[in-house]
Unconditional design. Structure first.
Length: 405
DNA sequence: TCAAGCTAAACT
DNA sequence: ACAAAGTTTAGCTTGA
């Protein structure tokens, strides 16, 4: 394909009718299954509640961070010991977020109970109980997409179908409720490591390009180049997309800031042009007052000239992230346009876009053939200095999908 | 009683 | 003091 690139205005404009089609089509949801799930979760949550009250010595509103904090930090005096620091919230209270509670899991039996309660309660209230009420007459859920985010990504609301659980087994149980209609199956195709590939392309870093050309596991490849563990390389690869510093990496890997700095220095020694590109976009943002994507979507960053160090640092991270995240959105949008143009609805009905993933409803048994038609469109929509790769999987619902070939 | 702000958590 | 980008949703708290 790689014809001429559209302007962002034209791209956004052309995408609108496709989004409206996707919204109108909707996606089928297995309501009885969710109702059954609801009963199970209700029961498990009630039991957890009782255990938590017993562990605390009294009843309280577990959903209230304030009351929960009082129980954990004031009554039980949990602090995790020596060099454990519990973050404070904006209002100076000790945070009860999962990342903090995780530091206290071994300190008292109430902590793991709370974490389990929180996970189940979130899934129950946000998804299991709510989704059935959002199912229309046609048995399908119709989200609403917008393109008004800072970097040009889509957002989805009423309900948000871009944050349906997937990470845990419990979460996958909810995703399983999203099904294909009778005689059809779901086909999901996602871009593999698209943001890192964009960073490789923009920076033209030979090490990063080599890593992408060599194998299918980018984290292993960068780890090999650096001579560190795969999980370290993976953490840095992700972190760099957000402009993460030593503090963030140290927290993430549970290592000292000094060690984190060593890893980051080592990373940039191996990928010097990536480092240079990051410096370059920051300088450019400073000069021009904005950062921009491949197609020129601008994000204005007046804070770069301000005197507030925290805001300035934030804007500097955005200057790096915006071109990456925004260009990802543009590539996916262009692919959606081209797929819509080339693939008839009866062959593959596009239902969802989840940033780097497209979900289609297709006649049963056609997955292999349809994927062979769509994947080249997605992979060839633009030419970068590294290959663009997609992965396809298919199945009866959004949770139980088998990779194709 | 309602709205706005805060906290937490789900996803990429 | 801050520390990792972008979203939406739910429940609690607080103040009008």
């Amino acid at each position: 394909m790689t014809t001429k690139l559209p302007t962002i205005t034209k791209l956004d404009h052309a995408l609108e009718p496709i989004l409206r089609k996707m919204e109108t089509r909707g996606m089928q949801v297995d309501v009885p299954y969710l109702e059954n799930l609801a009963e199970r979760f209700q029961g498990e949550i009630s039991e957890l509640e009782q255990k938590i009250y017993r562990a605390a010595g009294h009843e309280f509103t577990i959903d209230s961070p304030r009351q929960l904090g009082a129980v954990i930090y004031d009554e039980l005096h949990l602090d995790g010991g020596e060099d454990i620091f519990i973050r404070k919230t904006k209002t100076k209270q000790a945070s009860t977020a999962a990342r903090e509670l995780n530091k206290l899991v071994d300190a008292h039996p109430i902590v793991p109970l709370i974490l389990e309660y929180r996970e189940k309660k979130k899934l129950l209230s946000t998804y299991i109980l709510t989704l059935p009420g959002q199912v229309a007459e046609d048995g399908r859920i119709h989200t609403t997409y917008s393109i008004d985010t800072a970097a040009g990504r889509l957002s989805s609301k009423n309900p948000n179908l871009q944050n349906i659980p997937v990470r845990t087994d419990e979460g996958k149980g909810i995703r399983r409720a999203f099904v294909a209609k009778k005689g059809y199956e779901l086909l999901s195709i996602d871009y593999s490591q698209i943001e890192l590939r964009i960073a490789a392309h923009f920076s033209n870093d030979p090490g990063l390009i080599k890593a992408f050309t060599e194998g299918d596991d980018i984290h292993a490849a960068t780890a090999k180049t650096m001579g560190v563990d795969r999980r370290v390389a993976k953490a840095i690869n992700f972190g760099l997309l957000f402009g993460q510093g030593t503090f963030g990496l140290a927290e993430n890997l549970h290592i000292s800031q000094a060690d984190a700095k060593t890893f980051i220095d080592q990373y940039f020694e191996n990928f010097p042009k990536l480092h240079a590109w990051m410096d370059h976009v920051q300088e450019l943002a400073h000069e021009k007052g904005y950062a921009e994507t491949l197609l020129g979507r601008k994000r204005f960053l007046g804070e770069l000239k301000g005197h507030n160090a925290a805001l300035r640092a934030f804007a500097e991270r955005v200057a790096i992230n915006h071109p990456i995240q925004g260009t990802e959105a543009e590539i996916v949008s262009m692919a959606m346009l081209e797929v819509d143009k080339q693939v008839p609805e009866k062959t593959a009905a596009m239902l969802l876009q989840v940033h780097d993933e497209l979900v289609f409803e297709i006649p049963k048994g056609t997955a292999k053939k349809v994927a062979e038609q769509i994947r080249p469109i997605m992979e060839g929509i633009i030419k970068l200095s590294v290959p663009i790769v997609t992965e396809a999987k298919a199945g009866p619902n959004w949770a139980e999908m088998i990779p194709l070939e």
